[in-house]
Design a binder for this molecule. Structure first.
Ligand SMILES: *[C@@H]1O[C@H](CO)[C@@H](O)[C@H](O)[C@H]1NC(C)=O
Ligand SMILES: *[C@@H]1O[C@H](CO)[C@@H](O)[C@H](O)[C@H]1NC(C)=O
Ligand SMILES: *[C@@H]1O[C@H](CO)[C@@H](O)[C@H](O)[C@H]1NC(C)=O
Ligand SMILES: *[C@@H]1O[C@H](CO)[C@@H](O)[C@H](O)[C@H]1NC(C)=O
Ligand SMILES: *[C@@H]1O[C@H](CO)[C@@H](O)[C@H](O)[C@H]1NC(C)=O
Ligand SMILES: [Zn+2]
Length: 444
């Protein structure tokens, strides 16, 4: 930092270290007619936003079935997100959700997830303004200052089809965060929503396998996201995770009693974990009504700050995922209006610098540090019990039956694993397993 020069213009405010900003910014406005919006713009230029949740990829699926060539992402008037408005909103990095409907659980959730990852990766390589990022180093690299970093985040544990190997392969494709559920339970974690009546369990918010998922995410360096999970599941994860976790797009339950929001007692647990709640802007989670405004949003920020401090707060807009947004925050270009409102409410520029990006970076650094600590652990071989996931779409690979004679063992193994044209349980070698329904004309 240069030594302090007399402050003569707004631009010299750029030079000041953060701790001097508060005092000097008021000086600046006195001397140079530095307006409130200049102050917000300068702050957000120095500390551009890392936002926790955006469902643009879902809209690409809905409107274009992922045919990226049909759309120009510079300017998409029918959506709330495009490159022009991300720049205007000072969004420097975005966690892009890859989401597939809960109805795909037990069906083609894995293929659909791969297709969503593909479309985010394409979008972030085919457009110069975007850059795929997979580490803190890439995210904070000086080249990134002119770009919008894309982080990939899976929204819903059903995407891994209860397979740690699938989880690891998603990591290889660049996924750095996963919400453990969407609106459906998985065989190993519970959703806050009762929309789908699947995998109901008693007192089993995070099963043995669910704990293995969290451990493997810790080992890989993938951020655990608790938005959409039940409170019991969130609490179990907060107790089990070695790394800080996030709620990527949830707000305060004290201010709006919605099951997607986080109660104060959970916020205290989150603080112990050094985790982060990234406030969701969806009107129905903000005011519990269809209409809301910036004051309502600011109440969530003020409340969470009062309970656990500004160092635990971020922003997870949920644009393209939700439909109704507060007056004045209708699209991704409007984030500065929120920052201006928080400045009005006496949030310091230092606090806001952390809300905008510092807190998320701290969590991501810590997640990578835990990964490095665990680097000597081998990939987990924990497998879910077959009885927890049995369904007609799952091929059952039986081990050789221990009770059979050695020669039988050989033939029953061949019956399942080869040669290819005999890969069926109904080829006369042995009957199909009782839980496998007959599927005439098809291999299981
Ligand atoms: C974006 O597209 C809309 C309609 O297609 C057009 O009215 C508008 O001027 C465009 N904006 C920019 C910045 O290109
Ligand atoms: C639920 O499980 C936890 C630990 O697994 C146990 O401590 C608790 O007593 C159980 N609660 C009930 C109601 O069974
Ligand atoms: C937001 O709406 C409330 C009433 O629900 C009102 O009191 C408040 O002044 C509004 N704030 C803004 C910024 O319009
Ligand atoms: C902000 O601080 C000023 C000066 O300390 C005070 O007068 C004002 O009431 C405060 N505003 C809020 C919203 O707390
Ligand atoms: C199993 O089959 C392999 C090759 O088909 C053969 O070499 C081996 O001796 C067999 N083992 C037993 C125990 O029958
Ligand atoms: Zn969501």
């Amino acid at each position: 930092m240069p030594s302090r020069k007399p402050v003569t213009s707004a631009s010299s405010c750029f030079w000041m270290s953060l701790k001097h900003l508060v005092v000097l910014s008021s000086l600046c406005s006195l001397i140079s007619g530095y307006s409130e919006s200049d102050r917000v713009r300068d702050l957000m230029t120095r500390y551009p936003l890392i936002d926790g949740h955006n469902d643009l990829a879902l809209q690409l699926r809905i409107f274009h079935n992922n045919r990226l060539s049909q759309i120009d992402l510079q300017n998409v008037s029918k959506l709330a997100t495009d490159i022009t408005r991300l720049h205007a909103g000072h969004v420097q990095a975005q966690m892009f959700a890859v989401y597939v409907m809960c109805g795909a659980q037990e069906k083609d959730a894995v293929r659909l997830t791969l297709e969503q990852i593909d479309v985010v990766r394409r979008m972030c390589t085919e457009y110069q303004d975007f850059e795929l990022v997979t580490s803190v180093q890439e995210l904070t690299n000086s080249e990134m200052r002119r770009k919008i970093g894309c982080l990939i985040s899976i929204e819903g544990g059903h995407s891994i089809d209860s397979s740690l190997a699938a989880l690891r392969m998603y990591y290889q494709l660049g996924v750095r965060s996963m919400a453990l559920t969407h609106t459906c339970n998985t065989p190993w974690a519970e959703s806050s929503s009762k929309l789908y009546n699947v995998y109901q369990r008693q007192n089993n918010s995070l099963t043995h396998f669910g704990k293995a998922v969290v451990e493997e995410m810790n080992r890989l360096g993938m951020i655990v996201d608790l938005s959409h999970t039940s409170w019991d599941t969130a609490l179990a994860v907060l107790k089990h995770s070695k790394a800080p976790v996030i709620f990527s797009h949830s707000s305060s339950y004290s201010i709006c009693n919605h099951h997607r929001n986080v109660p104060d007692w959970m916020l205290h647990q989150l603080k112990k974990n050094h985790g982060l709640i990234m406030v969701n802007l969806h009107s129905n989670f903000i005011s519990c009504r269809d209409e809301a405004n910036i004051s309502h949003v600011a109440e969530h920020f003020d409340h969470i700050k009062k309970v656990i401090g500004a160092e635990s707060i971020g922003i997870g807009g949920d644009f393209e995922g939700a439909v109704r947004f507060p007056q004045g925050l209708e699209d991704v270009s409007k984030y500065p209006a929120l920052i201006q409102e928080l400045l009005h409410r006496n949030w310091t520029e230092n606090e806001l610098a952390y809300v905008l990006r510092g807190n998320f970076l701290r969590v991501f650094v810590e997640v990578e540090r835990v990964r490095d600590q665990l680097h000597s652990n081998l990939p987990s071989e924990v497998q879910i019990h077959l009885k927890e996931v049995q369904n007609p779409c799952r091929m059952v690979l039986r081990p050789p039956d221990q009770r059979q004679q050695p020669s039988d063992r050989n033939s029953s193994f061949r019956a399942q694993h080869g040669p290819k044209d005999h890969r069926t349980g109904s080829d006369g070698q042995r009957p199909p397993a009782p839980w496998m329904p007959p599927r005439p004309g098809r291999n299981p």
